[in-house]
Ligand binder design. Structure first.
Ligand code: SF4
Length: 287
């Protein structure tokens, strides 16, 4: 069977991830005397983490306590990943006058500013997104009070007696955002809603859906711990098209794609081009 492989233009590293990885590589190259440590895995992709580890970067907990700080080497340089860290963590690190390299994505900083403005006005914050996700936890720490809402059901049970502001995790999908906002507006028509999904996410998810229309099957490449890659795979599945989520490109075999003629390929924001190229090569070799 003659196959066609269509690769999404928006597959792979977003600007925020590219910047964080570049910061790491530049530091490893230009400051070899520093012990570069990222606070949490820099990105959710094992091959990239492994490559950076080989160059000398180590991975610490995403939130250091006093004990962990006391055990840091004197030449430690701490890299904050694109998700950012909590307000308390910044204060603790700065209090110890540690050398910090801030890789927080500018888009995440823009969401943080909305939350800080609301906190100054004594307004609660609602963040639409995944409870426990590092970006969400970090953002929430800048609110005076607030809650995370992950579903329409949770939105229906909100109970506020004063004005509040709504933002969302940068990688939230548009259908969840719209459904949850609609529910909030039923009871709170004057809630201040900010659609803080980032452009990179918007374009990637839209393109994946149109690829689903054009293809017989979809391949989504991403780390197993990558929330945005998992969401991308869910979006493709929800279109009804056969979707294959590839989390280990080196060991993945494309045999299950044999019945399909037009195959779409996309990848999460933390997937390196080398993983995408590897999968394309395997699909091209499929007989
Ligand atoms: S997905 Fe968007 S907000 Fe998140 S790191 Fe990438 S560009 Fe920044």
């Amino acid at each position: 069977m003659e196959r066609e492989i269509i690769v999404a233009k928006e597959a792979g590293f977003c600007a925020g991830v590219r910047r964080a990885v570049q910061l790491a590589n530049d530091t490893l190259e230009k400051e070899p005397n520093k012990a570069l440590c990222s606070l949490g895995p820099l990105i959710h992709n094992p091959s990239v983490i492994e490559a950076l580890a080989k160059k000398g970067m180590s991975v610490l907990s995403s939130s250091l306590d006093e004990k962990a700080i006391s055990e840091l080497p004197n030449n430690a340089k701490l890299l904050v990943r694109a998700h950012g860290v909590s307000k308390e963590q910044y204060e603790l690190l700065r209090g110890h006058k540690l050398d910090i390299l801030d890789g927080t994505c500018p888009h995440v900083i823009a969401i943080r500013r909305i939350i800080e403005r609301a906190a100054n006005d004594n307004e609660p914050i609602v963040i639409l997104g995944d409870k426990g996700h590092a970006e969400v936890t970090g953002l929430m720490s800048f609110a005076k009070e607030g809650t995370v809402v992950s579903s329409v059901e949770e939105a229906a049970s909100l109970n506020f007696d004063k004005p509040f502001t709504v933002v969302c995790q940068s990688t939230l999908d548009s259908s969840t955002f719209e459904a949850v906002v609609k529910e909030i507006q039923k009871n709170y028509p004057s809630a201040k809603i900010h659609n803080t999904r980032c452009q990179a996410t918007e374009k990637r998810q839209k393109e994946a859906l149109s690829l689903c229309d054009a293809c017989d099957a979809m391949v989504v490449i991403g780390g197993i711990g990558s929330a945005n890659s998992n969401r991308l795979a869910e979006i493709c599945k929800s279109s009804g098209k056969a979707t294959f989520f590839v989390t280990d490109p080196a060991n993945w075999e494309p045999d299950e794609l044999k019945p399909y003629r037009r195959i779409g390929v996309t990848a999460g924001a933390s997937t390196p081009q080398s993983d995408i190229d590897l999968i394309i090569g395997k699909l091209k070799d499929l007989i």
